[in-house]
Design a protein around this ligand. Sequence first.
Ligand code: G1P
Length: 290
Amino acid sequence: MTIARLRKAVFPVGGLGTRFLPATKALPKEMLPVVDRPLIQYAVDEAREAGIEQMIFVTGRGKSAIEDHFDFAYELETTLKAKGKSLDLLHQTRLAPGAVAYVRQQEPMGLGHAVWCARDIVGDEPFAVLLADDFMVGKPGCLKQMVDAYNRVGGNVICAQEVAEDQTDKYGVITPGNRDGALTEVRGLVEKPPQGTAPSNLAVIGRYILQPEVMRVLEAHETGAGGEVQLTDAMARMIGDQPFHGLTFAGTRYDCGDKAGYIQANIATALAREDIGPAVRHFVEGMPLD
Ligand code: G1P
């Protein structure tokens, strides 16, 4: 089996972010900061660490702040330079023209449809998908851990995590096969199974390494849970034809699509920082808990 190198990543960022209204009325949810970096920046940095060379954003209306964020900011650079200030922070966010592509998802038809919108830029090679609201903290990063596994087993590798039994209806859920360390064979997948019907409590988390054939399955635009074109359903169709594994990531996941998870991500990240960690720790430890 030849294992093609993973060079491209798709970031579906077209979602409306209704759970964070009114904050996300005019601000893309992916631009919400965890301390001082937007969520999407963490996901892009994670992809870079994993060796990804081209970032493909599937955007929509009202998302242009994301393009600006990764672009050259002429006014800011000139002003900072004139004041003799460091440009480091700005340069970390810039993506060179060849390293980034944008494509629009014109209708909110689901995650599977968003990924399919990137088909021409992805072409005939494996690609990663990163959902920025799954905020993954680990060393190495989540996608790097998955790439290391992919380089051994090939095929499709998705991030897997055990969730509470009463939470399985919020996720894609895996029917697990043989387990070898952190890798679990994926025998089946179902998107958001109703309470009490999940095949396990091993959930799909928003990091995927997929073979390009999934685009041909998505082409049919078949709808599933919630009336949307589901990536999980398309992946399920590839099981048996190609190797398919779930990787249990060594690290912590914060669900930044949820308010409590987002606040937890901010507190944990702040506490881990050298500059503000001590002040935040002092504050948190002194807080009355009722
Ligand atoms: C999406 C996927 C789901 C996955 C989840 C991970 O759902 O459809 O399979 O488990 O991301 O965060 P969403 O959270 O967009 O409803």
